[in-house]
Design a protein around this ligand. Structure first.
Ligand code: SF4
Length: 416
């Protein structure tokens, strides 16, 4: 278990300027999206306005950061032998001005620390890495983009003259490093990616997370900020999946991709694989009729599972033109062909739509539908998957799918 020591921070502002590929770049003020936290009569709340834009998440005073960890320790299961403190924030923890002070104070709890998210831009002297390691940091998640300093200068805005990369090497040698790169076609893919992977492998990185660059609204840029980079077409999902498999085959560290795939754990939706179909026997029988409205990435996997459990006579799956379920908005619902929907519709638990708006849009053909939310997540993303065992992944997915089926039986029109 990891206790989060949230240091706050605003993307772009608290990480020494925007990386060129940052998804928070060009974010615009626009009408509230609406979400499940909004009050029944109002579209828009803190969560789906300033929260999602992360524009008010200033750095937090070190005293408060340490205090919140202390509280969690007092209330949590301190006998967990895997307990760790994850120092993380909205910007980049290496730019948090009180990082050493917080790490020093947390050191007194005698727990290992994970540097949750850093691009290394705040590491002006690699000695900082040595100090953090001596204070107990034993795990680091580092967005490297490339191990070519010039490329980091141009794309990440790294002004540390190579100190951040030296620090990454030190971290790789002494801690568990999960390196990550947003893969921009024609920039840090191809030969450049292989160079980066070779260097990381030589240094001893434990894992590498490839993140597909997104540039369009239907790839998740829902804050009026598409395109992030003019003239760049991101990898298709098939191209990206092949890339992840190739890197996994050619290098000796754990490789995962996001929004897909994990070659080892078979996520997302490991339970949709033929070899795991035996586990589906434990799921509840479907007795009611409903439509699962979901993302374009999840839909084919969910459809496969529904067929495997013989529920396709009662349940159909409809995809909207949005890659990620949690980023489905009103606009995506408006584009759905309502003829495809049954009288009960399950939308993703975290979809960014106000409940009443979702009902009104999906009932606009005159059929008064029940619109309910399914579980928050049905699978795990590449970042999470790389830290879980195969069994843990299957367990998580089965629990989530069971919740979905129970919601269908509860909200759907009973047929059996
Ligand atoms: S460090 Fe991360 S949050 Fe900051 S600009 Fe770069 S990608 Fe965005």
């Amino acid at each position: 278990m990891q206790i989060i020591a949230d240091v706050g921070g605003i993307p772009g502002k608290d990480c020494k300027g925007f990386c060129k590929y940052c998804y928070f770049r060009k974010v615009k003020e626009q009408d509230p999206l609406g979400c499940r936290y909004c009050t029944p009569g109002t579209v828009g709340c803190e969560s789906c306005t300033t929260g999602i834009r992360e524009v008010k998440n200033e750095f937090i005073h070190p005293f408060m950061v340490v205090g919140s960890v202390q509280n969690s320790l007092m209330m949590g299961d301190i006998t967990d032998k895997n307990l760790k403190v994850n120092i993380s924030g909205g910007g980049d923890v290496s730019c948090y001005p009180h990082l050493m002070e917080v790490a020093g104070a947390l050191n007194q709890f005698n727990l290992p620390m994970h540097l949750g998210y850093t691009s290394g831009k705040g590491i002006e002297n690699s000695k900082m890495a040595e100090e953090l390691i001596s204070l107990g940091v034993d795990e680091v998640t580092f967005t490297v983009f490339s191990t070519d300093q010039k490329m980091r200068e141009e794309w990440v805005g790294d002004t540390t003259k190579g100190e951040s990369l030296k620090a990454l090497k030190l971290f790789c040698e002494s801690t568990e490093v999960h390196a990550a790169s947003v893969i921009v076609p024609g920039v840090n893919d191809g030969e450049k990616l292989y160079e980066t992977c070779s260097t990381l492998e030589d240094w001893g990185a434990k894992a590498f997370i490839l993140m597909r660059f997104a540039n369009f609204r239907n790839q998740g840029l829902i804050l009026g900020n598409e395109p992030i980079l003019e003239g760049i077409t991101p990898h298709s999902l098939e191209e990206f999946e092949t890339l992840v498999h190739n890197i996994n085959k050619d290098f000796n560290f754990r490789v995962t991709g996001t929004p897909l795939c994990d070659p080892e754990n078979d996520t997302p939706f490991a339970i949709s694989k033929e070899k795991n179909s035996k586990y589906l026997d434990i799921l509840t029988d479907v007795t009611s009729e409903a439509t699962i409205l979901t993302s374009s990435i999840a839909a084919p996997f969910i459809e496969k599972i529904i067929k495997r459990i013989d529920a396709d006579d009662l349940v159909n799956v409809v995809a909207v033109d949005q890659d990620i379920g949690c980023l489905i908005t009103q606009r995506d619902l408006k584009e759905v062909d309502l003829k495809d929907l049954k009288e009960t519709v399950l939308i993703p638990g975290r979809a960014l739509v106000h409940d009443k708006m979702a009902h009104d849009i999906l009932s606009s053909d005159g059929i008064d539908r029940i619109v309910a939310r399914g579980p928050d997540k049905l699978s795990v993303d590449g970042e999470m998957s790389g830290t879980l065992s195969r069994e843990d992944v299957l367990k998580k997915e089965l629990i989530a799918f069971e919740d979905l089926l129970e919601a269908i039986n509860f909200f759907g029109v009973r047929k059996k």
